[in-house]
Design a protein around this ligand. Structure first.
Ligand code: AMP
Ligand code: ZN
Ligand code: FE
Ligand code: FE
Length: 285
């Protein structure tokens, strides 16, 4: 069994349509793929309809969250959520709030860039996102097309970095509230790429323990952005705290160089997610 539990389609900031994504998953030899677009379930129905026979599609999402340390500014953290009820009012309202937040924040970044003389037009960026969830990758593509940077990676390393003067932060969900909301909706919350220092500051073990106390059920251990040491540490923490361990690619189509199925989840860990998720069922034969 080959299982990848973290992928993005064009419903957020990936480049494959949900239909193309499930086809790519099958072509890569996956038995199970989870669709985890940022702050939306918009891709679920198309992914379900386009699902090739024999492939299981796990409906999910990656919720944009923040951890509030005692004596430092808040940190961005990502919470994967699987098999939650898409109609749960509290969680649906929070997803909608985050999407609005992305629009106002994206516009502020684009305005900053335009004000500094970079030829980006917010209206065009939104249009090109296809009515999906807007994120920095969409702004990065506009910068690539304008010839300002040579690649999306280059844009993230420079003008769109959280250290850039043009960067604007988003008012993401307090991760402890996010965990409780996902659980209330029958979902399975898993802390995504928790130690990926390449993305910025990361939380310490105390934060992960606090998340576990709030109802976190899993840690994403194997992720392309984690070093072998970071994976080993997360694996130990998961064992100590009794949490599910996942491994996933965080595939974004051509917006990132990572291939689908680059990291995978062990079948017994996936089975634990299916058992814990009561908000909806995987799409399967
Ligand atoms: P945002 O959610 O708008 O803050 O943008 C962050 C998103 O961009 C996350 O989904 C990341 O996976 C993605 N991302 C981060 N770094 C890169 C990169 N170098 N290339 C492409 N996408 C990236
Ligand atoms: Zn993304
Ligand atoms: Fe993420
Ligand atoms: Fe992701």
């Amino acid at each position: 069994m080959s299982i990848d539990l973290h992928t993005h389609s064009s419903a957020s900031d990936g480049t494959d349509s949900p239909a193309a994504l499930v086809a790519a998953a099958a072509a890569a030899g996956l038995d199970v793929v989870a669709l985890t677009d940022h702050d939306t379930t918009a891709g679920w129905s198309t992914a379900a309809e386009a699902r090739p026979a024999g492939l299981v599609v796990v409906p999910g999402m990656e919720l944009s969250c923040r951890w509030f340390p005692a004596d430092e500014p808040p940190m961005s953290v990502h919470l994967l959520a699987y098999l939650f009820d898409p109609e749960h009012p509290g969680l649906a309202a929070e997803r909608a709030r985050l999407r609005t937040e992305r629009l106002t924040r994206g516009e502020r970044i684009a305005t900053n860039l335009a004000g500094a003389g970079y030829p980006v037009v917010w209206g065009e960026i939104v249009e090109r996102s296809g009515g999906g969830v807007v994120g920095r990758p969409h702004i990065a593509l506009a910068l690539v097309e304008a010839g300002v940077v040579e690649s999306v990676d280059h844009a993230f390393a420079t003008l769109l970095s959280h250290r850039s003067p043009h960067y604007v932060t988003k008012a993401d969900t307090d991760v402890l509230d996010g965990i409780r909301l996902v659980r209330a909706a029958g979902g399975v919350p898993v802390f995504a790429h928790g130690l990926a220092t390449s993305r910025g500051r990361v939380v310490g073990d105390a934060a992960i323990r606090a998340m576990a106390e709030a109802g976190l059920l899993g840690l994403e251990v194997d992720h392309p952005d984690h070093t072998p040491e970071q994976r080993a540490h997360l694996r130990e923490l998961a064992d100590e705290l009794g949490l599910i361990r996942t491994g996933s690619s965080d595939y974004h189509g051509t917006n990132k160089t990572t291939a689908i199925a680059a990291c995978t989840t062990e079948p017994d860990q996936y089975a634990a997610i299916v058992t814990a998720g009561t908000g909806c069922a995987p799409f399967a034969d």
